[in-house]
Design a protein around this ligand. Structure first.
Ligand code: BGC
Length: 758
């Protein structure tokens, strides 16, 4: 009886909420229909314009255009009095439509967190969630309401500088990070005052540019797209991302901005996306260079008809759309549809009833960046979680707080570099450098000595590139050997040397592709000289992409990947160096031995002639001058303790309607508290198409005291076995599957089950 009443009450509550949703949708439709009926074509087109306030579009001009109803959203400013003023003027426009206020919030806002590749290295859903939540809190409290994030482009080519902005090579890990960003930024309801609308980007395949060269073309089979590269965008959309930013590159011969198949057939028709599609900065005029539009007007026609709703920083929409409609090259229906997407978003955000949400017209810049508005504790927690221990011979790490330490290297005391790229709202002056963090944590700051040691590079061209718009990376004019001698003298007096080497943040950014991803010669010379002192050498890497590190790996006694860790980076590094925190990060991208191996990623297909195949002699898939495998594999990362992992399956058979529980038993066999990320991989051994040798389908963290044992459980579900088959249907095929559980992608801990044909 009680059960029946509960079911009945649930039904009433459920139908009540369905009814409320329906009424809300009807009200929304009435409101927007009414608004659209009052708008001129120019005002409708105005809603489709996103303008970057700055040199090319000064504030006064922007304010006037806003008041004329010619702008739907602005971005690139965080000055609250300006944002307030702009919103005021929008309310004076003919139809009083509030503005979207956007900014790139990629890995933090005022508080800068590790770069996204570092965030992915936490393999920790809570840490990822913390980044997204704090970023949204800070951004919304600065009055912003939309961002161009998360970037979920799968990246398998470290030559591309933007690998730093993504979550690495794997569809599952990237999808999880993207999903969490969307959920934690947008919140349950866009009306929440702390909700920040996300724009998942860059749709699609930006990370697959040929040769890793920025803005280059991409070309890929549909199967690979749907199986791997499109998966994270879809996950972010399924999580509710209300905007999508389109990639600058061409996808199978058609620029994404002009790609009707991608933007309409896939995104709208197949995936039922009903939010706003935004073009990337200047992408519409670039259609002329791509060779799919003859002039600016033609570019507008092509983009809007392909499915672009809002144009980002293009002057052409307003200039040409009204005319294109008159000529019948673009229908008014299409404009109404695009405008409706924007108005619906604004409606759902509650902007019409609260346009000045979170805006404080009196907030001056100094108050805005006050230290007490930062989230230092959260930043430090995530930063230390991001650090990956790559080597630790003879337990060189952790270091005693009483040790005499020589801190060396061009990145050891750089406040700007530790923030990484895409940190425009961060303040370098508020960041903690490794030197500061180490001095602060050591028992006696006097026992920590410092030498710059070497410039990042001796190549003047690199400095010209880095300082093209402003002098960000300073070149030390002292002779190279003098700087090295100073570092070596200090190293000789120390118990341990820590060298901070890698890339300037500007080397791992948009438009910073490299063909040589090794350390520049100046830094190699420094390391060689430090090694020659015979002192224990810790190499702490600061970089935004996998580098080729064979030589340094051999030279180092211990090696840490610290990425660019953000505002609290120096303190987080000290936590790990001194053992206040036991490192637990895992690589989200494979690190190749050499550039010639690229792309090298763990989830490749097998070949007909796998290496090691018996009786094939030299005729197997391999390089004769290099290993096939990377130097550091995907998922790899050490700890100050060790773990044993084994696992059992609840069954060796599975059907469409059943599941298999994987129970992993983990034991901390060392003498320090530590966290292990247990990784679950599957392999579909035989199918109608070749399947990867391994594919990540789950991961969980477990923290264990010395000699403690624990368990982690995963559930293998039918849907996890699905893939795009030979007929491009998304199905699971009966047959044998391998299950691998371990601490990185090379694990050979294997069990097998069969998916039965019933
Ligand atoms: C980038 C985008 C970014 C946009 C706005 C473009 O250059 O490709 O990722 O969101 O600028 O700043």
């Amino acid at each position: 009886m009680i059960k029946k009443i509960t079911v009945f009450l649930f039904f009433i509550a459920f139908s009540g909420s369905v009814l409320a949703q329906q009424t809300n949708n009807e009200e929304k439709k009435r409101f927007i229909d009414d608004l659209l009926s009052k708008m001129t074509i120019e005002e409708k087109v105005g809603q489709l314009r996103l303008i970057s306030v700055g040199d090319s579009h000064p504030l006064n001009q922007t304010l006037n255009e806003i008041e004329a109803g010619e702008i739907g959203g602005i971005f690139n400013t965080i000055v609250e009095p300006d944002l307030s003023q702009m919103q005021d003027r929008a309310l004076k426009s003919p139809n009083k439509i509030p503005l979207l206020l956007g900014f790139d919030i990629i890995h933090g806002h005022r508080t800068v967190f590790p770069i996204n590749l570092g965030i992915a290295a936490t393999w920790d859903r809570n840490a990822i969630g913390k980044v997204a939540q704090v970023s949204a809190d800070e951004a919304t409290s600065d009055g912003l309401n939309i961002t161009w994030a998360p970037m979920v482009d799968i990246t398998r080519d470290p030559r591309w500088g933007r690998v730093s902005e993504g979550f690495g090579e794997d569809p599952y890990l990237t999808s999880e990070a993207g999903r969490i960003f969307v959920e934690k930024m947008q919140k349950q309801s866009l009306k929440d005052k702390k909700s920040l609308v996300t724009s998942v980007k860059h749709f699609a395949l930006y990370g697959a540019v040929e040769g890793g060269r920025e803005y280059n073309s991409t070309d890929m089979s549909e199967r690979k797209m749907f199986q791997e590269y499109l998966v994270p965008y879809k996950a972010a959309i399924d999580a509710g991302s209300r905007a999508v930013m389109v990639s600058l590159v061409s996808v199978n011969g058609i620029p994404a901005t002009a790609n009707h198949w991608l933007l309409t057939e896939v995104l709208r028709d197949k995936w039922h996306f009903n939010g706003v599609v935004v073009s990337d900065h200047g992408a519409i005029r670039e259609l002329i260079n791509h060779g799919v539009a003859s002039d600016p007007k033609d570019a507008v026609r092509v983009a809007i008809n392909a499915g672009i709703d809002m144009s980002m920083n293009d002057e052409y929409f307003l200039k040409f759309l009204p005319q294109l409609i008159k000529e019948g090259a673009v229908t008014e229906t299409r404009i109404n549809q695009a405008c409706r997407h924007v108005l619906e978003l604004k409606y759902d955000m509650g902007l019409f009833s609260d346009p000045h949400r979170n805006l404080d017209p009196k907030l001056d810049i100094d108050t805005m960046f006050a230290d007490n508005r930062l989230h230092r504790q959260e930043a430090r927690e995530v930063a230390r979680r991001s650090i990956v221990l790559l080597k630790n011979n003879n337990n060189v790490l952790p270091i005693s707080k009483n040790a005499k330490i020589a801190v060396v290297g061009p990145l050891a005391d750089s406040k700007r570099d530790i923030l990484g790229s895409w940190s425009a709202a961060g303040r370098a002056s508020l960041a903690v450098t490794p030197l500061e963090g180490i001095k602060h944590a050591a028992n006696n700051a006097q026992s920590v000595d410092y030498a710059f040691g070497a410039n990042l590079s001796n190549d003047a061209n690199l400095y010209r590139f880095l300082n093209l718009y402003a002098e960000i990376t300073k070149f030390d004019n002292r002779p190279a050997d003098k700087m090295i001698t100073e570092a070596v003298d200090k190293a000789k007096k120390a118990d341990v040397v820590i060298a901070f080497v890698g890339e300037a943040q500007g080397m791992a950014h948009e438009s910073s592709s490299r063909t040589d991803i090794s350390l520049p010669a100046s830094q190699k010379q420094l390391i060689k000289a430090l090694k020659a002192t015979g002192k224990p050498l810790v190499i702490a890497l600061m970089n935004g992409r996998p580098l080729t590190l064979t030589e340094e790996y051999a030279q180092a006694d211990a090696m840490l990947e610290t990425w660019y860790l953000g505002t609290e980076g120096g303190n987080a590094i000290a936590d790990v160096l001194f053992g206040d925190y036991n490192p637990s990060g895992k690589l989200p991208m494979s690190f190749p031995y050499n550039v010639g191996q690229i792309p090298v990623y763990y989830s490749h297909l097998n070949t007909g002639r796998p290496r090691g195949t018996e009786n094939m002699g030299k005729y197997t898939t391999s390089y004769f001058d290099s290993p096939n495998e990377p130097l550091f594999p995907f998922g790899f990362g050490l700890s100050y303790t060790d773990f044993n992992i084994d696992f059992v399956l609840s069954s060796t058979e599975m059907t469409k309607d059943s599941e298999i529980v994987v129970t992993a038993n983990i034991e901390n066999i060392g003498d320090k508290l530590g966290t292990q990320t247990v990784q679950l991989y599957l392999q579909d051994i035989t199918a109608s198409v070749s399947r990867p040798v391994k594919q990540l389908v789950g991961f969980e963290n477990i923290t264990l005291k010395p000699h403690e044992k624990g368990q982690v459980k995963f559930v293998i579900k039918y849907d996890m076995l699905k893939f795009w088959n030979d007929k491009m249907q998304y199905v699971a095929e009966p047959g044998k599957f391998n299950v691998f559980v371990g601490s990185d992608s090379t694990t050979q801990n294997k069990q097998t089950f069969i998916l039965l044909d019933k």
